[in-house]
Design a protein around this ligand. Sequence first.
Ligand SMILES: Nc1ncnc2c1ncn2[C@@H]1O[C@H](COP(=O)(O)OP(=O)(O)OP(=O)(O)O)[C@@H](O)[C@H]1O
Length: 303
Amino acid sequence: MTTSFEREWQPGTTLNGKWNKRQYRVERVLGAGANGKVYLVSRGKLAYALKAGYSPAEHQSEVNALKVLSESNTSFQNYLFDVDDYHFDGTDIPFYVMRYVDGQSMTDFLLRHGRDWVYLIGLNTLRKLTELHSEGYVFGDIKLQNMLVGGYGDVELIDFGGVTPKGRSVKQFTEIYDRGYWGAGARIADEAYDLFAFAVLVISSVQSAHRMAVIDKLLPQTRSVDVLLDMLNTTAALQPVAVPLRRALLGQYHTSKQALADWRKQSLRQPSLAHPPSGRASWLRLCFAASLLLFGFSLYMYW
Ligand SMILES: Nc1ncnc2c1ncn2[C@@H]1O[C@H](COP(=O)(O)OP(=O)(O)OP(=O)(O)O)[C@@H](O)[C@H]1O
């Protein structure tokens, strides 16, 4: 059974949780999917994102994954804030409340700040994946629309509908990011599955819309990982990280930790990070260094 939830809650609406008795004020809609919506809500002075109106199965599977991640000693800790029902028009509408991520899409970020940031954003995305993988899950539906980039190139994954325990069939994916679509492997949740999608994400983040539209229309018989490798080889901006991207496309990593180590090694050779010629590059280098330090510190704390 699916709960179709067409109605949109207007700014100023107060939502009262039926079981946990928390109260939220709707500020605005952040985004909408096939059935449900994500709202920016406030509770006192704090802002959250509230997701409601999705099918019970979808809702439950996202909540299950988020509960595990929220209790882990990773940057996902406390991501999930509340799970409850809202009694509305005679029915109970399940919702969950999570961390509000104030960010923009990776493509918008790169357009605004420059393609050099792709190395830091890639690094931060791989860090997120290593954390998720260490908890026994695979993200599944990695794509540009499912991540947000903050002001310092920090990355947050959103939409946990595709999160799948390792070893199971991937339950939600988007064709061009899916290795099965490219004939490059099974739709089984392993770390390499996410790494393939990660490579497509990075490659597509710096392509023109026209070039992406071409690969979207490829016939099954012309679809192969060679198309993606060719795209990678002909994108100058990605050459500093071509080695980890190529390996990810070819399924040569068993773990995201190996990919992260390679990414770090290769991207540090990038001249704009190694020898900053301008103010922007030195700022970028600082963020990169701070990011590495933070990651080292988290490793020290958690392992
Ligand atoms: N935690 C969050 N913080 C800020 N914005 C968010 C958050 N979660 C979701 N959003 C916004 O809401 C939009 C829709 O969220 P999400 O992708 O989870 O919904 P969806 O219905 O599953 O989408 P789709 O049908 O495209 O998979 C996102 O694109 C993003 O703009």
